[in-house]
Design a protein around this ligand. Structure first.
Ligand code: FAD
Length: 406
């Protein structure tokens, strides 16, 4: 049986950033990362792929190239946990022991919860920016569409990057507007939730784009089934089921805790890793920490949140290795750059309770207004900071006191 001081489950944004941050603080640490995938994705870039701004290849790198030097990569899937015995079991039946366990498994996209969806994804005009291989199809459809009906859906919370369903819609509308086709395209936003965006301060700016693009808002409409061949979508509403036909539909899938986490003793009732929302320490097992989309903290699930959480977990986990209690705290920061048109962004940044948490002075970037500088951040600066700051544990670029949202 192998055993390590630190075992990280998941080599996504949160797992890599935490391992890098810990190694910056203590270079001789023995860390293993359990990650099955050959590729690491910069998922915030998929919105830009769907909008024809980025090429897909810009948004991912090999896992081997983003792993911090010196970590042990266990290329496997974690299957179950025995936290009383400090044990992780892998899918092949082997076991790994740990002193400290860091859970960063992400959230699971539950495509199968929408009847008929999986078989029609990538054809019949049905697409999603939530998958690397499908985001280019969004841009293909948008360019091809000259008239007809376009639906954009949003499932119930929680989802990662709650603004992404709208970002896809605004960038599509902007293209149709510029090409002169928008007047011939009927656009509907079918959102299972009851509001356009969870933090009210940003709603007026977003509403001005809903009006500009003449989008029909269908709140409380939850996509439950797709008939791809006939291009008909079925939604559950308070008044019963409603069907709509479409020529193009951008779907955001329902999202749930990964099953292997939900089935484990580490889970909260929600299925996510049960952590204290400030220290990110597990509420029952002090040598377990959780962060990123897969933890129970009630922040907006974003890479920007993971960027702020990683150093908090790094500090508290190192103290735990020394037999001491946590000292670092996370304030719930999350960020969502809403691409309202090509060249302008409403930069939502907020902490727990929807409290606004701007990274910049208001004279430079006023988050509640659509701004060009925010677009430059998203298109040029943030990807660079992600690869070279956050994933490298360089917190002067990416961490607490670091300047910038993701
Ligand atoms: P992930 O990065 O998803 O990583 C989870 C990792 O766990 C994966 O590598 C996976 O392979 C691994 N894993 C899964 N199962 C197992 C297992 N059994 N054993 C071991 N490992 C496992 N965030 C922003 O900040 N700004 C944005 O503008 C933004 N836009 C987005 C747009 C889209 C379309 C999408 C999809 C996401 C967007 N996000 C954005 C959200 C952001 O990408 C996530 O919040 C972030 O990646 C979370 O990091 P994570 O490490 O928790 O999860």
């Amino acid at each position: 049986k192998q055993s390590h001081q630190v075992v990280v489950i998941g080599g996504g944004s949160a797992g890599i950033a935490t391992a890098a941050s810990m190694l910056r603080r203590q270079s001789n640490l023995d860390i293993a990362i359990v990650e099955p995938s050959d590729f690491h994705a910069y998922q915030p870039g998929w919105t830009m792929v769907g909008g024809g701004v980025f090429q897909p290849e810009q948004t991912r790198r090999s896992t081997a190239s983003v792993l911090p030097k010196g970590v042990n990569w266990t290329k496997a899937r974690a299957a179950s946990f025995e936290p009383e015995d400090n044990l992780v079991k892998l899918e092949d039946g082997s076991e790994i022991g740990y002193d400290v366990l860091i859970m960063a498994p992400g959230i699971r996209l539950a495509w199968e919860k929408i009847e008929g969806l999986e078989v029609t994804l990538g054809k019949n005009g049905v697409t999603s920016n939530y998958r690397y291989d499908l985001a280019p199809y969004t841009w293909e459809l948008v360019q091809r569409m000259k008239s007809g009906k376009a639906l954009f859906t949003q499932p119930p919370m929680p989802i990662k990057c709650a603004g992404a369903p709208q970002k896809a819609m605004y960038l599509s509308c902007d293209h149709w507007n510029r090409s002169g086709n928008l007047r011939d395209i009927e656009v509907e936003f079918c959102n299972a939730g009851g509001v356009l965006f969870g933090v009210q301060d940003y709603v007026p700016a977003l509403m001005s784009y809903v009006e500009k693009y003449d989008i029909a808002l269908k709140l409380g409409n939850n996509l439950v089934a797709v008939d791809g061949d006939d291009q008909i979508a079925t939604f559950a509403t308070d008044e019963g089921e409603v069907t709509r036909d479409f020529d193009m539909m951008h779907v955001v899938p329902p999202q749930v805790a990964p099953q292997f986490v939900a089935d484990s003793p580490l889970a909260a009732d929600s299925g996510f890793v049960d952590v204290d929302q400030h220290t990110l320490q597990h509420v029952r097992y002090p040598n377990v920490f959780g962060l990123g989309d897969g933890c129970s903290a009630p922040n907006a699930k974003t890479a920007a949140a993971a960027r702020k959480q990683a150093p908090v977990v790094a500090v508290n986990a190192l103290r735990q290795l020394d037999g001491k209690g946590p000292t670092a705290g996370y304030d719930g920061y999350g960020s969502c750059p809403l691409t309202v048109e090509r060249g302008k962004i409403v930069l939502a940044e907020f902490g727990y309770g929807g409290k606004l948490a701007p990274s910049f002075p208001i004279w430079l970037i006023d988050g509640i207004k659509p701004q060009r500088l925010s677009w430059m951040l998203k298109a040029d600066v943030l990807p660079w900071i992600y690869w070279n700051g956050m994933l490298k544990g360089r917190e002067w670029l990416a961490g607490p006191g670091g300047l910038i949202a993701q």
